[in-house]
Design a protein around this ligand. Structure first.
Ligand code: NAD
Length: 485
């Protein structure tokens, strides 16, 4: 085992969980055992909550300009440790080193946004009657929780923690049991940056700890990122306990390719979108709708896909179960009459025979009823459908239950605008394969890709992590009493 067993991080210390139950942490790259992760119990969550309660009294009253100093230092530490953090992300998640570097760079950008929060939460003040002022303030919620998935061990925790903490909350995070190591390093860096003990805690575990978070009376808000199935469970459970909840779910992102699209640029973007992070991105292109004759572009997409080499510029998928599921989807599509133009099944990387790799896969002549057209595959697979008109393409996109992202490739501005207006997704790209809005814009999908109000990052997150206090003040005793007095 390469690393020490993973521990919880409570009250500024790494501590053992109260249970003996653990799970193995295995690297998807070569199948090697990296560590074990504890499946914590309610007792561990309670300990984290108690330390957060104590920390909150001081942290919430620390001026925001002082709080963000921690995040200036945290950002510098992320930069200083970038290489080592990226190596760890790659090792536990299976993505390539350069993808892991990009993930840490994104974590830095998210932190940079948090340092700007004092400029954005200034509140409002107005003399609403003679001598009477109304004022609004963004007040922290208290103890909040963040439950995160396996596909971005650093970036997704950093979607929530810098903003929530800079805004005065104390956070308990539940990492994915598949990739628990990176979060521990983030905790160390936060401590080194001067974050007071108890403001940030990590409680590892699985279903039991997620349920305990949703049920805990002292936790005010829960943010969740993961599959739609679990997002629904968490949203229902947390809100039925009267908590604020924002639960981001899965995705099935459609790219619409029009015949006037620039062939090489389009093909490169489609191939990169479907295969980046081995297709394990909630913003990955998973379905493509070719409008009219786009055969020449599809040929180029296949050329680009063939340049993507597992173990070199393509990482591994998270585990064997995932590899088997992805390959099953491809086989099923083939049996239903789709044509596999580039086949990533049965991929073995020399020297990494126990790694879980799936090669890039391009499936053509897919029909909307096939499971590869309807379901999230979460692997480096693109399923191509064909239509004659943009409205038919939009009908396919609109019928899918998810709504994270959609993109169009065209040189026709009017057509691009039409698709922006009519696609049913929260994030739209025009000639962009992965339309992630960069800070200060916020990240969030629609439909079954998100449950709750607002977005998880950017300015929108201010509303989620704070409550508004409205005060009405009169200091002039001579002012007359009116209906508002
Ligand atoms: P997942 O839903 O299996 O797990 C997410 C978290 O929920 C983990 O911490 C896990 O321990 C916990 N969990 C799993 N099953 C649970 C259950 N039955 N009850 C309570 N908690 C449970 O997701 P994953 O496989 O880790 O991540 C991949 C999914 O996340 C994909 O569907 C992907 O699209 C989605 N995702 C979405 C976004 C977005 O922004 N919408 C971003 C990243 C990932």
């Amino acid at each position: 085992m390469k690393y020490q067993p993973v521990q919880n991080f409570i009250n500024g210390q790494f501590v053992n969980a109260s249970t003996q139950r653990t799970m193995d942490v295995v690297s998807p790259i070569d199948g090697n055992l990296l560590s074990t992760v504890p499946m914590s119990s309610n007792n561990d969550l309670n300990a984290a909550v108690e330390s957060a309660k104590t920390a909150f009294t001081t942290w919430s009253r620390t001026p925001i300009k002082e709080r963000v100093q921690v995040f200036f230092r945290y950002k510098t530490l992320l930069e200083k440790n970038l290489k080592e953090l990226a190596e760890l992300v790659s090792e536990e998640n299976g993505k390539t080193y350069s993808e892991a570097v990009a993930e840490i760079e994104k974590s830095i950008e998210l932190t940079e946004f948090a340092t700007s929060l004092p400029q954005l939460v200034t509140g409002e003040l107005l003399e609403v009657s003679r001598g009477i002022e109304c004022r609004t303030e963004h007040v922290p919620l208290g103890i909040v929780a963040s439950i995160v998935p396996f596909n971005f061990p650093s970036m997704v925790p950093n979607w929530t923690l810098p903003n929530a903490l800079a805004l005065g909350n104390c956070m308990i995070i539940k990492p994915s049991e598949k990739v628990p190591l990176s979060c521990g390093r983030l905790a160390e860096l936060l401590k080194e940056a001067g974050l007071p003990d108890g403001v940030f805690s990590i409680v590892h575990g699985d279903v039991e700890i997620v349920e305990a978070i949703c049920d805990h009376p002292a936790i005010q808000a829960v943010s969740f990122v993961g599959s739609t199935k679990v997002a629904k469970i968490v949203y229902q459970r947390a809100t039925s306990n009267y908590k604020r909840c924002l639960a981001l779910g899965g995705a099935k992102n459609h790219l619409m390719v029009l015949p006037d699209a620039i062939p090489t640029m389009t093909a490169q973007n489609v191939a990169a979108s479907m295969s980046g992070c081995a297709g394990q991105r909630c913003m990955a292109a998973s379905a493509m709708v070719g409008v009219g004759n786009v055969d020449h572009i599809i040929d180029k997409i296949c050329d680009e896909a063939r340049k993507i080499i597992p173990g070199q510029n393509l990482g591994a998928v998270i585990n064997k179960a995932s590899k088997d599921k992805i390959e099953q989807y491809i086989t099923e599509a083939e049996q239903q009459g789709a044509k596999i133009l580039v086949d990533g099944r049965n991929t073995v990387v020399a020297g990494k025979e126990n790694g879980t790799y799936v090669g890039p896969t391009v499936i053509d002549f897919v029909t909307p009823e096939m499971s590869v057209a309807r379901e999230e595959i979460f692997g480096p697979v693109i399923s191509i459908m064909r239509t004659n008109t943009v409205d038919e393409a939009l009908a396919i996109e609109n019928a899918n239950p998810y709504g994270n992202a959609a993109s169009v490739f065209t040189q026709n501005g009017g057509m691009a605008r039409y698709i922006i207006d009519h696609a049913s997704a929260g994030m739209i790209g025009v000639n962009v394969g992965v339309p992630v809005p960069r800070e200060p814009f916020s990240f969030g999908g629609w439909n079954d890709s998100k449950f709750g109000v607002g977005d998880i990052t950017g300015k929108s997150s201010i509303e989620f992590w704070t409550k508004l206090k409205k005060s009405t003040v009169k200091w002039n005793p001579e002012a007359g009493v009116n209906w508002m007095s």
